[in-house]
Design a protein around this ligand. Structure first.
Ligand SMILES: *[C@@H]1O[C@H](CO)[C@@H](O)[C@H](O)[C@H]1NC(C)=O
Ligand SMILES: *[C@@H]1O[C@H](CO)[C@@H](O)[C@H](O)[C@H]1NC(C)=O
Ligand SMILES: *[C@@H]1O[C@H](CO)[C@@H](O)[C@H](O)[C@H]1NC(C)=O
Ligand SMILES: *[C@@H]1O[C@H](CO)[C@@H](O)[C@H](O)[C@H]1NC(C)=O
Length: 280
């Protein structure tokens, strides 16, 4: 009996303690330190001592990953606004993806010197919706680097040194790999096949010799300035389905390629617009 009383008292005390600590945490967060009265202030101090790790977890700043010669937190080097991180032309030179605050949705890391994207770089940041890595020195992306980012819609890898593409998430609506060194064998024929929401497929200024599968949803295809020598009925249309139409496709650029499009006049019958390119 005595044990039962003690146990229930203990339980009540615990409930009260938990309620109090979470309340004071909310207060501590919503008020600057100097406005807090002594008690709450002291209380949150001691909490900080006791529960260092979880609190650190919640702070928006984290050290830069693989930072060379610098351990400055990302949000001192970059500008962090709710959900967005802007790291453009950062000095000292940024050669790898910085550690991102949790729940980052938009990352702009344009015009830095990032060389490689590793599987771990975005692994914990499944909230990402847009990644812009335009104008870096990226020559390698580990195959799983983007594959877990199920919310990712916009991916801009233009102006880098990629020879091949990694696995890409299916929900992309915008994919830009213009101005790289992409080779045909680095872009699997079915690399974009499962992307049923893809609207912009931008692969201009590369070294491609073949056109990859283009999903029905796509509106704009840029393949200018590659090394494409031929197309066929199945490139845009379907050889076994004469009723197939592609109403969404409104811009196809094949200029700056060796292919002479007039030789393939039966290859564009499903389209509302002819590709831009060489016709004689
Ligand atoms: C950091 O950069 C210096 C040159 O500025 C280089 O010698 C060194 O190897 C780099 N260290 C790392 C860890 O990348
Ligand atoms: C991607 O980068 C290119 C090159 O800087 C730029 O023109 C384009 O607007 C970018 N796309 C998006 C969606 O930001
Ligand atoms: C273009 O492709 C042909 C093969 O179709 C190849 O011989 C040639 O070297 C390529 N040109 C460039 C600039 O890669
Ligand atoms: C055309 O061929 C593809 C496979 O190449 C097949 O999936 C599709 O069902 C065929 N369509 C018709 C209308 O036969």
């Amino acid at each position: 009996m005595k044990t039962l009383v003690i146990t229930s008292l203990l339980a009540m005390w615990l409930v009260a303690a938990v309620a109090w600590t979470s309340a004071s945490r909310v207060i501590a967060r919503s008020l600057p330190d100097k406005d807090l009265n002594g008690y709450i202030s002291d209380h949150s101090e001691s909490r900080r001592d006791v529960r260092e790790a979880p609190l650190e977890d919640e702070t928006p700043m984290s050290p830069i990953a693989g930072g060379n010669g610098t351990d400055l937190p990302t949000c001192l080097l970059c500008v962090c606004l709710t959900g967005s991180v802007y790291c453009e032309e950062v000095l000292p030179l940024m050669t790898s993806v910085p550690t991102l605050p949790k729940e980052t949705a938009y990352l702009y890391a344009r015009f830095n010197m990032i060389e490689k994207i590793r599987n771990g770089d975005f692994a914990d940041i499944v909230t990402l919706k847009r990644i812009d890595l335009t104008g870096n020195q990226i020559s390698e992306i580990e195959d799983g680097a983007f594959s877990k980012l199920t919310l990712l819609e916009d991916l801009n890898l233009s102006e880098n040194r990629l020879v091949k593409l990694p696995m890409l998430p299916d929900k992309l609506t915008y994919f830009n790999a213009n101005n790289n060194h992409l080779k045909t064998r680095g872009v699997k024929a079915n690399a974009f096949k499962k992307m049923t929401k893809l609207r912009n497929l931008l692969l201009a200024d590369n070294r491609l010799e073949a056109v990859p599968f283009i999903p029905d949803s796509v509106r704009i295809v840029h393949l200018q300035n590659n090394n494409i020598t031929e197309v066929n009925v199945n490139t845009f249309c379907k050889s076994n389905d004469t009723y197939y139409l592609r109403p969404s496709l409104s811009e196809v650029r094949l200029d700056g390629n060796p292919v002479v499009l007039s030789k393939y006049h039966d290859s564009f019958t499903c389209m509302n617009v002819l590709p831009v390119g060489k016709y004689r």
